[in-house]
Write a protein of this length. Sequence first.
Length: 264
Amino acid sequence: MHVISSLKTGIGRLPLGASLAAIRSGIVDTIYPPRCLACPEYTDTAHGLCPACWRDTVFVSGTACVKCGVPLMGEATAEDLCERCQRHPPAWDFGAAALIYQGAGRRMVLQFKHGDRLDMVRPLAAWMAAAGARQIAAADIIVPVPLHWRRLLRRRYNQSAELARRLSQLSSKPAAVDLLERRRLTIPQEGMDRAARAANQAGAFAVAPRRAAEVKGRNILLIDDVLTSGATLSNCAETLRGAGATRVDILVLARVAFADSLPI
């Protein structure tokens, strides 16, 4: 009775459906208190971060590379490129990232990717939507980086496709989660240098024949979870350009912090 009575305050003027939803939500939060997205600590609200993980999460804010989203230091402008994108221009046009892939940001990506944490889609996509407002506004269609069917069977879902679907809902831009196909199973790229990553991804992607007409003359927004060297996204962008895309932008959940520390 205490839970129900405490929920009555402030909802008396709400529509009946909204009142019932508020009561139901309050009961659920009382029985199953919300936990931090990045650790087991309890939080005040669902889909939030505890104070420690909030401090340990590096959101990309301020000036960032217009191509890859890595933060820029000093007197950089909103149209500047990082040193790595100047030396090795990626195949896409513009890009953004929501988080830096370290600390709590890295933990969240790994839990979402490998831990069956589909409950994380909404908050993660919301952060991406805020970071990539420019790219979303320019997009005609939102396309995720695909998984090979064998890897999809093992993971049970494509995390990039789930983010693309949610971004589509938030933006009202259409998503085509099966537009790109991964034709070849690539090996894990950890420890590979730039050349090896590019070779590993070469010829791995293709536009699904039944969706080819949707690419020509369109602005495509590519979605992925993590941007490291950019080999995967560049291969996807080249595939889309080969099918007639006018512009290809990228939006990722997390960006490896200091790309120039990666092997060239």
